[in-house]
Design a protein around this ligand. Structure first.
Ligand code: SAH
Length: 268
């Protein structure tokens, strides 16, 4: 796979190391990187995580294509995997079904309870924990072959801190997958204007424009944590494709996008 990190808009070639991050973030545990407002928003809908027609419907709809994209880049069989911001376990369960050994973290304890109950009912073994990635990384450094952090970064006060924790959790040859929303007028129009207000797919107030992250900004956060980006893809809406899965992986990263990173090789 070609390294595309320098092709991402605004990205610079990087020699960044962990130290770059630590200069700006003296101790990740000095602050808890949580927005209680955001956690409450998701807690309110905790009982609806598995309602495929409910307020979290779009996560169900994008799940097959993001799973396919992850599986294209890593072997999931027996891969020790951590799903950061797992919610009710939509992605965690798919990862386990694909053969991964999964831990799921989320700070909404109501969602974690729903996730545990759903996995148990489906006879799936998943270790769910109500803890931040930053705190878990303190006791589980370099343990995970695969780290997933999907649709979470736009809900935390300090996304760079989560990116750093993801890098800490990764084994030297591991892969981390992020997904979030780009920041531009089109992304606002589709994810807030259309999805929240016009079509009412997701509850009003789910997203705040200021928290959206450009791919160049996310790749800069990744570089500052010693990661390099090796794949980037957009998630596009094409309702004529399929009613149950109307989303596709595209080259257009202007709205929702996914990024795959691994540890940057040390340069002499
Ligand atoms: N990753 C899941 C859910 C995304 S919704 C998926 O894509 O299907 C965002 C989730 O992040 C919610 O479940 C919310 O409770 C969780 N969350 C928000 N802030 C968090 C934090 N600081 N640490 C862990 N989880 C958090």
């Amino acid at each position: 796979m070609t390294c595309i990190c320098n092709a991402v808009a605004g990205a610079r070639p990087s020699l960044s190391t962990e130290n770059n991050f630590m200069n700006n973030h003296p101790n990740p545990l000095d602050h808890q990187n949580i927005s209680t407002q955001e956690i409450e928003k998701f807690s309110q809908h905790a009982h609806e995580w598995w309602d495929e027609q409910g307020p979290l419907k779009t996560l169900h709809q994008i799940n097959p294509i993001r799973m396919a994209w992850i599986a294209k880049h890593v072997v999931l069989g027996n891969a020790k995997t951590i799903d950061i911001g797992c919610g009710g376990g939509i992605l965690s369960e798919s990862l386990v079904r694909a053969g991964a050994i999964v831990t799921g973290l989320d700070m909404a304890s109501d969602s974690i309870e729903i996730a545990r109950a759903h996995a148990q009912a489906a006879q799936l073994s998943i270790d769910y924990q109500a803890i931040t990635a930053e705190e878990w990384a303190q006791t589980h450094p370099a343990e995970y072959d695969v780290v997933t952090c999907m649709e979470l970064l736009e809900h935390v006060p300090d996304p760079a801190s989560v990116v750093h924790a993801a890098a800490q959790l990764l084994t030297p040859n591991g892969t981390v997958f992020f997904s979030t929303i780009n920041r531009n007028p089109k992304a606002w129009a589709l994810t807030i204007g259309a999805a929240e207000h016009l079509l009412k797919w997701i509850p009003k107030g789910t997203h705040q424009y200021d928290t959206f992250i450009k791919p160049s900004e996310l790749s800069a956060m990744a570089r500052q944590s010693g990661l390099e980006v090796f794949a980037l893809a957009g998630v596009g809406y094409q309702p004529w494709q399929s009613k149950s899965t109307p989303f596709v992986v595209t080259k257009d990263t202007s709205v929702n996008y996914m990024m795959a990173c691994r540890k940057a090789k040390k340069r002499c």
